[in-house]
Design a protein around this ligand. Sequence first.
Ligand code: GLY
Length: 361
Amino acid sequence: MRRLTVGTARPYDVVVGTGALAGVGDLLAGHRRVALVAQEAVLDLHGGAVLHDLTGRGLDVVVCDMADGEDAKSFATVEALCRRWADAGLLRGDAVVALGGGVVGDTAGFAAAVYHRGIAVVQCPTTLLAQVDAAIGGKTAVNLPEGKNLVGAFHQPVGVLADTVTLATLPEREFRSGLGEVAKYALMGGADDTFGIGTLLADHGGAVLARDPAVLADLVARCAAVKVDVVTRDPEERSGLRATLNYGHTLAHALETAGLHDLQHGEAVAVGLVFAGALAGALERIDPARAELHRTLVDGLGLPTRVDGLGADELLAVMRRDKKAHGGLTFVLDGPDGLTAVDDPPPAALAVAFAAVGVDV
Ligand code: GLY
């Protein structure tokens, strides 16, 4: 089991490994009542052990199931959760356990951020994507019809329990999608592979895809360690460092917002990484071999590298509206000093990058 400490104003631990969920009762000792939020299928698979641990410690548990999919990440769900908690008598000193993927973590986390102006939340991510990224760092949000994650709050959890046993039961596409964020961390390590994630994927790629428990626990812990370090140094995305976690995400968000392809988040990130590599290559920030590595890494993980049939103009329009843009176009790109923000690259370089992912220019 790996324990990593996020050094925010109120520090908390991210525990990664087999059996991490068994720590939930310890984390909530001293609380009186707990709302356990999860989708029904996840409750069936993993809720029993969590419930047993919580009730075994004398906690009064209110089980709240919520629907599946991005549409459930809404104000309507937040209202339903908060009303359920009010009905059950949850007070400011009580707590929420979010058990599931990014949709549950973001929505229950946001509800916990605003209920009684903020109650404790334990994030228990059960997908690869949530374990390496979404559950760590306190970003919570819901979607609006106008865009994803447009309403949210920073609300750091009191702990994150990433039990890698839960990865064994993930549907294959969901698991692969999480590898899109893993590819991001591998590439964030630069040409000298600072975090050893690229080497791990190169040496044990087959075991990762076969979900070997020991290899996966190591992989998740390495990725989580990168996230923990970045969040500790820039908890609320003020210095620009945390923005580097959005490597590959500018195009990814546009692909998701344009909604013309049925892409899961990690799949969109995968295409976004290939685009970012090609753009950095066209700007001569990285050499052609490193740009090509973006594609081969993503491809080797069984993720999409292109999205045929889309036009650059509509994607550019969506990217200019991105909540992280400052009126123009901003990309996080690899370069001689590692990842940095690059504003308004020239059209010729953008054209090369779009062509690299099959987008018409
Ligand atoms: N997923 C990016 C961040 O947490 O900052």
